[in-house]
Design a protein around this ligand. Sequence first.
Ligand code: ADP
Ligand code: MG
Length: 321
Amino acid sequence: MVNLNYEYTQHLIGTTVSLMLFEPNETAVQAVFQTIKMLEDKLTVNRSSSEVMSINLAAGHHPVIVSRSVFSLIEQAQKISLYFNSCFNFAIGPLVKLWKIGFNGYQVPSAKLIREKLLLIDPKNIELDANTYSVFLRKPGMEIDLGAIAKGYIADVVKSILHQHQVYKGIINLGGNVLTLGSSLTDGNGYWHIGLRKPFSTNGKLSGIIKVKDKSVVTSGIYERFFIQNYRLYHHLLNPQTGYPLNNELESVTIISDSSLEGDIYSTIFYGWGVDKSRQYLQKHQNLSAIFLLKNKTAILVNPDNFIFQQIDTQYQIKTD
Ligand code: ADP
Ligand code: MG
């Protein structure tokens, strides 16, 4: 057996980024961390300047020309937002900034302010020009937020950089977006073992282990960033229709897919849809798999051909579709 001995870690994109490899490769690792920094510089909305911030600051005034990669991600984000508008919306920025969930100064905003911000999140009011790579937010106060998909996009880019450096086996972990490369050399059957956190556990307890080969594993959950006020929990996945956190039977949704971007998109959409609607979609998309952890302590596994789930927390009752 070969050990996954080479771990490289940096704090970037607001999270811990780690690469785990079977062989040391400083050149590949340097290229990866440099690229992540470069993409963070372009995409972040948590600093005063970036390409996306330039678009947001020019809202209501003028279009802004961005780099090809940023334009292409924005183009995809708009398509998804127009198609899945009831739960995924990349124009959600004004509401994310109002709630500040997961940041200093978080608060339950007044209903009046929420109503005002709801008028600023229509993705149809974002004009894209594919000839000039320019982006225009029609109303002042509009803001793009790629928080739901940036890590997935970056994880896929990291995978391609590793491939360019002939690294075909390893694990990329961008704070919950886990992308496994090839098959593992530490498991006789080639599976990578990815821990699924027990929701709200503060001491690293797992609800189970997900075993996959050459797949992405992404989880969106209400326990990642939240606050509690007057016995109510407010988490960071917002309902674009009401302006309040999405409220349903779910604690988390995990997506097992080929790309991390897909995982990021569908973890957010399925969280918004809830189990029944997501299941219907998954029946028609067998290449995507999901694990739903419900507040009533049921774990529902859908399309389980693409992974193995090893239960650890016996509190959950497992159901397989
Ligand atoms: P994380 O892995 O960091 O917890 P997620 O992939 O679950 O992030 O996405 C959550 C982030 O997406 C929020 O912090 C916010 O920036 C953004 N967001 C919140 N609600 C929505 C929504 N309905 N549609 C698109 N993006 C959203
Ligand atoms: Mg997501």
